[in-house]
Design a protein around this ligand. Structure first.
Ligand SMILES: N[C@@H](CCC(=O)N[C@@H](CS)C(=O)NCC(=O)O)C(=O)O
Length: 234
């Protein structure tokens, strides 16, 4: 195997960047992680002082979001990737034998379909509207703000119900196929947000079973320890 490049994950504990950390640990890929924090203008910067918000924007993430992912190749050349699905698929590509992005073309398409739907529908539309209505409307208008938040709540619930229904119908152990994939890892983070914001996640029985299985894995245990977040079930 060719030597792996140096990898740096810019994260925030419990954020969508957590899915990337789990994927890296699942593949036992070494990496460095840098926490982020909001500066005085509410823009993300490196919490260790290594990058100001402007530098983070210029060098890592054009929208000052996490995850930011920097790849440093053996010749010193650096590349930055943004967007959770893209970073997850890059991580999976470093160790394809692990099968995190799927083994057959059909599996790969199905996993990508779930990951994209998590990112676009559940996270972007649902949680985006619920947690960051300012991304959609002028939040100084209370009525508009409330309407977007309520729309977010509906989208989130419908998405959790859809995943639960899929798990019930497929009867499988994992979201796609017979093995853990990127779709499962990402779903773990999204479950946590549901717990945190009182969405009554226990009613999604199969999804809860999946999360219990994930929390029993070393990759998730290590991730929670590093991000100093308690497990739900262990
Ligand atoms: N489309 C982006 C969304 C990234 C995103 O929304 N990140 C959130 C955390 S999950 C963030 O950085 N929030 C900090 C902020 O808005 O200041 C992706 O898939 O990576």
């Amino acid at each position: 195997m060719a030597p792996l490049p140096d990898l740096t994950l810019y994260y925030s504990p419990g954020a969508c960047s957590q899915a990337v950390r789990i994927a890296l640990h699942e593949s036992s890929i070494p990496f460095r992680s840098v926490n982020t924090r909001h500066d005085a203008n509410r823009k993300l910067e490196a919490a260790d002082g290594s990058l100001t918000a402007q530098e983070y924007r210029d060098q890592v993430h054009h929208k000052n979001y996490v995850p930011g992912f920097v790849i440093t190749f053996p010749d010193g050349h650096k590349e930055a990737i943004t967007e959770t699905p893209a970073i997850l698929s890059y991580v999976a590509s470093l160790l394809p034998e692990k099968g995190l992005a799927g083994r057959t073309e059909l599996e790969k398409a199905k996993i990508l379909s779930w990951v994209m739907w998590f990112a676009g529908e559940l996270q972007g539309s649902g949680w985006g509207a619920f947690l960051a209505p300012k991304r959609f409307v002028d939040v100084s208008d209370e009525k508009l703000k409330k309407g977007v938040e309520q729309g977010g709540t509906r989208t989130i619930k419908a998405a959790y119900e859809h995943l639960e229904e899929h798990l019930q119908k497929s009867g499988g152990e994992w979201i796609v196929g017979d093995e853990l994939t990127l779709a499962d890892l990402y779903s773990y983070v999204l479950y946590r947000w549901g717990v945190k914001h009182g969405f009554g996640m226990g009613k999604y029985e199969k999804y809860t079973e999946l999360v219990k299985k994930l929390e029993a894995r070393e990759s998730v245990k290590k991730t929670l320890k590093e991000e100093e977040i308690p497990a739900h079930f262990q």
